[in-house]
Design a protein around this ligand. Structure first.
Ligand SMILES: Nc1ncnc2c1ncn2[C@@H]1O[C@H](COP(=O)(O)OP(=O)(O)O)[C@@H](O)[C@H]1O
Ligand code: SF4
Ligand SMILES: [Mg+2]
Length: 366
């Protein structure tokens, strides 16, 4: 069924995903793009030819500044936004959200958790109500277990997200809960459908800094217990290092670097990744930015608007005429890493030296 079973690597044919060793391929984005037409007729390339895989039991982090296209990727994967081009595969089959029924089936496999648990929970409904509906829908699609979910099943969900004693939380309304408790309810609601893929869009960035680490710890437990293929979206590269198997760095709609989380953050190759790592308060202190409240979350200046050359060139200290003229492709720099930059030989000579073969970057050294 799954492509991963045959050992194939979907994202770019010659780069292995660090997430693939955890489990089978669940979802695959194949060169997905999304354009938005702006009021004055301009086209915004919010997501450009992005490819990656999500694997059962593994965390892939999508990291980038505000406006880089992360949430658009999440909405595309969740079937909430139509692709401009590319393809999304779930369990080896093309995504189907063509009918109400197909969309519901898709949603039972692919769940999205948002940044703001206040706006995603309905203020007029209780915790119990929020969980009962997705449980009922899930049971209706399961073998012979139709009917109203019992209180025990709802309580079990609350237990899984550590909202105990469950009895105490079932009758509560969102406004009666803390931010962390509300986000736990969001997690529980997402899990009610027993999804294989969880897309978590900045799941801790609106929470109090004191509980972020604990909430990531909970997400990690849920990943393991349910063998979730988890996409963790964040602007905080330190939390991605702490939490993810593989990191994808996004800038102005493009993946500019990808690789195993630890290696990529220890030896970033792309000048933009280097900037992200350098501006994290203390990259060696795991979770430091979680506690300190996160790093600068600035908007890329030319974010995705039609411009030639490398999108990072307006901010890059190494930019030259070549960079401003041609956008570098994302190419392999080692068996598990890829970067999109013409001048990796200057930006990260040690990464190139450590790779087994010289990359295929036509522009390197020119
Ligand atoms: N529906 C939309 N219409 C027009 N532009 C949009 C729409 N949704 C997102 N964008 C733009 O696409 C870019 C990427 O947005 P988003 O995916 O939300 O980035 P991120 O989640 O990384 O902050 C931004 O410039 C944003 O303004
Ligand atoms: S291609 Fe040029 S502008 Fe872009 S990141 Fe590399 S050196 Fe900087
Ligand atoms: Mg976003």
């Amino acid at each position: 069924m799954s492509i991963a079973d045959s050992g194939a690597q979907p994202q770019s044919p010659d780069v292995a995903s660090a997430a693939a060793r955890r489990g089978a391929l669940a979802m695959e984005a194949i060169s997905i793009s999304k354009d938005f037409r702006l009021p004055r007729g301009q086209i915004l390339h919010a997501v450009r030819q992005v490819s990656f895989g999500l694997y059962r039991g593994a965390v892939v982090a999508l990291v980038g500044e505000s406006g880089s296209g992360k949430s658009t990727v999440a909405r595309l994967l969740a079937g909430q936004e139509a692709l401009t081009s590319g393809e999304i595969m779930l369990d080896g089959a093309p995504m189907d959200v063509s009918s109400h029924k197909a969309f519901r089936r898709y949603k039972s496999e692919v769940q999205l958790v948002f940044q703001d648990p206040f706006s995603s929970l309905n203020p007029v409904h209780t915790v119990s109500y929020h969980l009962e509906r997705p449980l009922r829908l899930h049971q209706a699609s399961g073998p012979g277990r139709a009917g109203r979910p019992g209180k025990e099943e709802i309580a079990a969900l609350l237990q899984q997200v550590r909202l105990t004693p469950a009895d105490q939380f079932l009758p509560k309304y969102p406004y009666e809960l803390s931010g962390g408790q509300r986000q736990r309810v969001s997690f529980a609601r997402a899990l009610a459908a027993r999804p294989s893929v969880l897309l978590a869009d900045e799941p801790v960035s609106m929470l109090d800094v004191s509980i972020r680490l604990e909430m990531l710890g909970l997400l990690d437990e849920l990943r393991r217990d349910f063998q979730l293929a988890l996409l963790y979206i964040t602007h905080d590269i330190a939390s991605a290092r702490y939490f993810a198997d593989e990191i994808l760095v996004m800038y102005a709609g493009e993946i500019v670097e990808r690789g195993p989380a630890e290696e990529l953050t220890q030896h970033p190759a792309h000048p933009y990744t280097q900037l992200l790592v350098a501006s994290a308060p203390d990259p060696d202190n795991l979770g430091s930015t979680l506690r300190a409240g996160g790093q600068r979350d600035a908007r890329p200046e030319s974010a995705g608007l039609a411009a030639t050359g490398c999108p990072f060139s307006p901010r890059c200290p190494l930019a030259d005429d070549h960079c401003r003229r041609e956008d570098p492709a994302l190419l392999r720099v080692s068996p598990t890493r890829a970067a999109a930059c013409w001048h990796l030989d200057i930006a990260a000579p040690e990464v190139l030296a450590g790779s087994q073969s010289r990359p295929d970057h036509g522009g390197v050294g020119t």
